[in-house]
Design a protein around this ligand. Structure first.
Ligand code: IMP
Ligand code: MG
Length: 176
């Protein structure tokens, strides 16, 4: 499926994923690592990333939503949260994109209230210009311009998540 020129190609994404995984492997040797992916958007990045992390780990997910079509509602709803004990775990939170920072901040606060040993954040994409809350990031893939993007897990109204690269969404693509 071709819906637009890649902003970030498959090759660029995969190279970056391996670089991030390499750093994470180095930083988490001998730790009790639990990698938590934020669904749905991070599912592709998450699965590519963890297969390149070369240290023992467990996985879980948070399901959260804040977007209606291409606008952030500013309100974060958490639909699923890990049931296992987060206390004494070294947690790495994996997100597709940070925009205003509202979603990550809400999820971060909820995790911190469970007293983990540590909490770090890994995002593939950083839309810096739109930040409302300053959330410190530990691993960042790419900084991107203030455009609405789709592909590699990211959607517009639940569509286009299956595109293997990242592209700028154009309204005329609505009915592809
Ligand atoms: P924030 O709470 O404003 O930082 O928004 C983060 C969430 O909004 C991400 O997890 C994405 O699901 C979604 N999001 C933000 N920007 C985009 C975009 O350009 N395309 C698709 N989803 C986006
Ligand atoms: Mg998301």
């Amino acid at each position: 499926m071709f819906i637009g020129t890649p902003l970030i190609s498959e090759e660029q994404i995969q190279k970056k994923v391996r670089e991030l995984a390499y750093k994470i492997t180095r930083d988490y040797a001998n730790k009790d690592l639990l990698v938590i992916g934020i669904l749905k958007g991070s599912f592709m990045f998450f699965s590519d990333l963890i297969r390149h992390i070369n240290t023992p780990l467990k996985i879980d997910f948070v399901i959260a939503s804040s977007y209606q079509k291409d606008k952030s509602s500013g309100e974060v709803t958490i639909h699923y949260f890990p049931r296992e004990e987060l206390k004494n775990k070294d947690i790495l939170l994996v997100e597709d994109i940070i925009d205003t920072g509202i979603s990550l901040q809400a999820i971060k606060e909820k995790i911190l209230s469970m007293n983990p040993s540590s909490l770090k954040i890994c995002v593939l994409l950083d839309k810096k210009e739109r930040r409302v809350i300053d959330v410190p990031l530990d691993y960042v893939g790419f900084s991107i311009p203030n455009k609405f993007i789709v592909g590699y897990g990211l959607d517009y109204n639940e569509m286009f998540r299956n595109i293997p690269y990242i592209t700028i969404f154009k309204k005329e693509l609505k009915h592809v």
